[in-house]
Design a protein around this ligand. Structure first.
Ligand SMILES: [Zn+2]
Ligand SMILES: [Zn+2]
Length: 400
């Protein structure tokens, strides 16, 4: 039994339980691919290289990473790159963190139409924010928006929600910068009503065009009834949470970046795994304050339950889970430059690629690696091919 906090990895759980699980549960190809990547990450299957002291004091094997976006071991480098790019583009204005949540009654429809529902969700949120902020009653300008899809709750259940970073200002039709008045972006109740209306309409139209698959055991009339009920003004399942204002967007964009890669649970939250049950930490959140985190609690699930919950969040191939709109869309680079000038910022400079040395420094890791016995820099002595057996090393130290 592995019970020491911080030492359990998702890879341990997958290697121990996933092969059996796959035998008894039919899974789509992209989900099986993700599971295999996680099991093979940084093992001999993916190849690697050997680093050794020139005088032979030590030698270490470094295995390659799987680089799958759902793998918690691989998230760091790609996330750091994305984050640097986004931060370089942020406008020097207030930003707001707005979270849209779909009613859970739509979950069966989501599971039967992941791609269509994802597209609709992004489009409706973009249109809701775009229409309201363009209205002279509110901002009267086009904002910049970055939206990230999260499909999971803290306990890994299906909980599609879309946290967005929204500029507290935008480009007016006259080509001026217009800032949010009195630190107030939009009334949440109005945003919720527009979001609800647009999403229900979009679902009705998509269904009428025959582009929405019905969940098992749901008849067409039942779907129409469900949409009718969810579209009613007294319906409270639609949740829009507008968090307090931030002086700049860097914090929110870091928050969005954390969820872009690495899947729904990081290894640090895994507490215990005994071959049959998994215990992990989660933060309970109240409905109204979606992102206000409460204290950590523990949840223990059977491994089958844990895998079932985790696997439903593997994104479909080629789906972008983070999308930019308005001033932050690459198509509006000129408008972004104009706004930056007004706000006293230089044009966007694309940051250099993150090299290995910088990354090691950022993570507090030593680079280059030195021999603990004589202090010489370790050198690469051999390359392990993909699928190759691990080489025999006299002083074997498998580096993680
Ligand atoms: Zn990996
Ligand atoms: Zn040495």
């Amino acid at each position: 039994m592995r019970g020491v906090m911080g030492l359990i990895t998702l890879q341990d759980i997958f290697c121990g339980a996933y092969p059996d699980y796959e035998h008894t549960h039919p899974l789509p190809a992209h989900v099986r691919r993700a599971a295999r990547a996680i099991m093979q990450c940084r093992t001999a299957v993916l190849g690697g290289h050997v680093q050794a002291c020139p005088d032979g004091h030590v030698s270490r094997i470094w295995y390659n990473s799987c680089r799958h976006r759902a793998c918690p071991q691989c998230a760091y480098r790609q996330t750091a790159r994305w984050l640097a790019l986004q931060q370089a583009r942020l406008l020097a204005c207030d930003h707001y963190h707005v979270i849209f949540t779909l009613p859970h009654d739509l979950n069966p429809l989501w599971l039967a139409n992941v791609l269509v529902m994802t597209t609709l969700f992004f489009q409706v949120v973009r249109d809701t924010l775009g229409t309201l902020l363009a209205d002279p009653k509110y901002l009267g300008a086009q904002p910049g928006i970055i939206a990230a899809l999260h499909t999971w709750s803290q306990t890994l259940l299906l909980h599609p929600h879309l946290p967005c970073l929204v500029t507290g200002g935008g480009l007016t039709p006259a080509g001026q910068w217009g800032a949010v008045r009195h630190g107030f972006l939009l009334p949440a109740r109005v945003v919720m009503a527009v979001f609800r209306g647009k999403m229900v309409d979009a679902l009705r139209q998509t269904f009428a065009r025959g582009e929405l698959a019905l969940p098992e055991a749901m008849r067409p009339q039942q779907l129409l009834n469900l949409l009718h009920r969810l579209g009613h003004p007294t319906q409270t399942q639609w949740n829009v949470c507008i968090m307090e204002r931030y002086r700049h967007g860097a914090g929110v964009v870091t928050y969005l970046a954390r969820y872009r890669r690495g899947g729904p649970i990081k290894n640090a939250r895994l507490v215990a795994w005994d071959g049959e049950r998994v215990t992990f930490l989660y933060r309970a959140r109240s409905e109204e304050t979606e992102a206000r985190a409460l204290a950590f609690q523990r949840l223990t699930l059977s491994v089958a339950d844990f895998l079932q919950r985790w696997l439903q969040h593997v994104p479909l191939p080629q789906t972008r889970v983070v999308r930019s709109y308005g001033l932050y869309h690459p198509r509006y680079a000129e408008a972004l430059t104009l706004c930056r000038t007004v706000l006293g910022q230089p044009p966007v400079v694309v940051p250099a690629r993150l090299d290995w040395q910088t990354m090691c420094a950022q993570r507090g890791a030593a680079h280059p690696e030195r021999c603990p016995a004589c202090g010489q820099i370790l050198v690469c002595t051999s390359v392990i091919p993909r699928g190759g057996a691990p080489p025999f090393l006299p002083s074997e130290e498998r580096a993680a």
